[in-house]
Design a binder for this molecule. Sequence first.
Ligand code: DTR
Length: 336
Amino acid sequence: MVKQWIGSVISFLFFIVTCLALFSTPAAAGSIKLNYANFPPAPTFPCVQMERWKVEVEKRTHGKVMINTFPGGTLLGAKGMMDGVVAGQADIGNICMAYQPGRFIVTNATSLPLGIKDAKTGSMALLKLYEKYKPKAFEDVVVLAMFTNAPGNVMSKVPVKSLADMKGLDLRASGGAAQILKAWGANPVGMPMPSTVEALQKGTVKGLFSSLEVMKDFKFAENCKYVTMTETVIYPFSVIMNKGKWDSLPPDVQKIMMDLKEEQSLWTGTYMDEQIKKSIAWSKESNNVEFISLSAAEKAKWDGKLEFITDKWIKGAREKGLPADQIIKDIRSYIQ
Ligand code: DTR
């Protein structure tokens, strides 16, 4: 009797185990494929962080998710990135918000001259700002990471030592950075970073205003033999996913990606700050680039020219019904 009872229990357990094996088999390796578009060339920091994210997601999902990466604008370019991801031309994309200043008003506030000292600080402040305000501009996508580059400096073919040297100088910049160049008297020429290579070679611009890792990553040090250290203004970036695609992902995959959001943002800021140091050393050693520091008096003049920019942003954002003063207050407190 007892033997019979044990036999039935064993058969029942066997039945349960078989059912579990049959019906809850994890998705086959590589069963979810995602396309990830990026606009600059593969060696640049937005693409390096993309490859790192790919590796982490594939590892943490045990290969259930496979990411195909498309650097260099091969799937979507800089300006079409946001709409392309919303439309599903790519599942994931990396946007530089400064390329569409009117579209990302809240997050582009990080591009104001507020004194963000490095990419790690900028990246964390940007992510916090996004999490607090969840701006409307992102309502059609899911945010997977947010990061910034390091503060911008002037890289030029001619030495820039004073505001007088800036007068009328054609320098490439986008978004908030363009306004800053204008305030310093330069002539800002707007274009995404990848187009700058040709513009510098052709002489359409005499330099650019951005973070210094590009001296090495884009080999700008070969054309720009001077760097003026202004340490002003960062550009905000975001990695976004198509909403429908996101909704189709199993909850365990969504959790892995959400758990990675802050880590990836921090990783990218930290990586960028390291690249800056390497790029400065490389520019000096391999290309004899001269790094120009502004005297305290000269720097005060440059900073003084920028004071109106934040006030102007506050006024415009208020008119759009945004809590502009609080946004600026928040950024200032995040970057302390
Ligand atoms: N500074 C922005 C963003 C930027 C900085 N480094 C890179 C590298 C690749 C693409 C964009 C950027 C800009 O000047 O466009």
